[in-house]
Design a protein around this ligand. Structure first.
Ligand code: SF4
Length: 281
């Protein structure tokens, strides 16, 4: 890790004193890494460290990754500067790993952590309005233990589902570069490879997730049609997974831009997960 410059502040749930960004092994709830976790300093490191890693290793190693200089700088600057509403909280300020069941039937693919959501709490879709929408829907579908996700110590568990961001660091303006996407794909590819045998459905939240998912599946040896089918809300693709049929479903991202404007409603989101559930083996 680089220097932690944020002053030590108590975690809103567990207290203690954490600098921002949080050093690995400092006691942050759910921190999968420690001071000995190997750090990727560039794309080749990420490829090597993800290559044959276990799911636990992918989870831990990705949270200390420093392979994308622009994103490392941004996530850590945001962690120190903070948003006024969270000025009294420590910020995770590190990459945000996949979260949920190790053998999911449904994989939810997003875009990247929000600067003041996942980048603050250290858990994907946790601590912002998008997460309220997503975990609310997973709860109503019977895939989450509770409908809310406030912080990494809130007790949320996923049953049969896993959520992952194809880019694990918060990007400026929610826009990773193609190079950053491709570098982070080393983590996504290995995680996908490890969970693919149990999967029946993938829900891709937005066009970035749709494209990243299809590209990752193709790299993992799944036959994906060319030209690649276009993203749309409710778009579907039936593929032959390694163990069983795999349904890929497109869904508008539950960003405030979509939920505030009514482009994505709660019934629309629920219908996507109902459809994904029908694909279960
Ligand atoms: S975006 Fe991914 S590859 Fe890049 S620094 Fe973050 S975790 Fe590493």
């Amino acid at each position: 890790m680089g220097p932690t410059t944020g002053r030590a502040l108590p975690h809103p749930a567990v207290g203690g004193a954490f600098t921002s960004p949080v050093p690995p092994g400092a006691g942050w709830p759910g921190d999968p890494a420690d001071a000995a976790t190997p750090v990727a300093h560039g794309p080749r490191d990420a490829e090597r460290l993800a290559g044959r890693a276990s799911l636990d290793e992918v989870t831990a190693r990705s949270t200390v990754c420093r392979a994308c200089p622009r994103l490392v700088r941004w996530r850590e600057e945001v962690a120190v500067a903070k948003r006024r509403a969270f000025a009294s909280e420590p910020y995770w300020g590190r990459p945000v790993p996949g979260f949920g069941a190790p053998d999911p039937r449904i994989l939810v693919v997003g875009l990247a952590p929000a600067a003041h959501g996942g980048n603050r709490t250290g858990r994907v879709f946790t601590g912002d309005r998008s997460g309220d929408w997503l975990f609310g829907a997973l709860y109503r579908a019977g895939l989450a233990s509770q409908p809310t996700a406030t912080d990494a110590a809130d007790g949320l568990r996923l049953d049969g589902a896993r959520v992952v961001a194809p880019v694990r660091c918060a990007p400026p303006a929610n826009r990773p570069t193609p190079t950053e996407r491709d570098t982070c794909a080393h983590w996504l590819d290995r995680e996908l490879e490890l969970v693919l045998p149990s999967l029946s459905a993938i829900v891709a939240l937005g066009s970035f997730a749709w494209s990243a998912t299809l590209a990752a599946l193709a790299r993992r040896g799944v036959t994906v049609p060319r030209p690649r089918p276009r993203f749309g809300h409710g778009a579907e693709l039936s593929l032959d997974g390694p163990e069983r049929a795999l349904l890929v479903v497109g869904c508008y991202h539950p960003s405030q831009q979509n939920t505030f404007t009514g482009r994505l409603t709660q019934p629309m989101l629920d219908a996507i997960f109902e459809r994904a559930m029908t694909a279960q083996a």
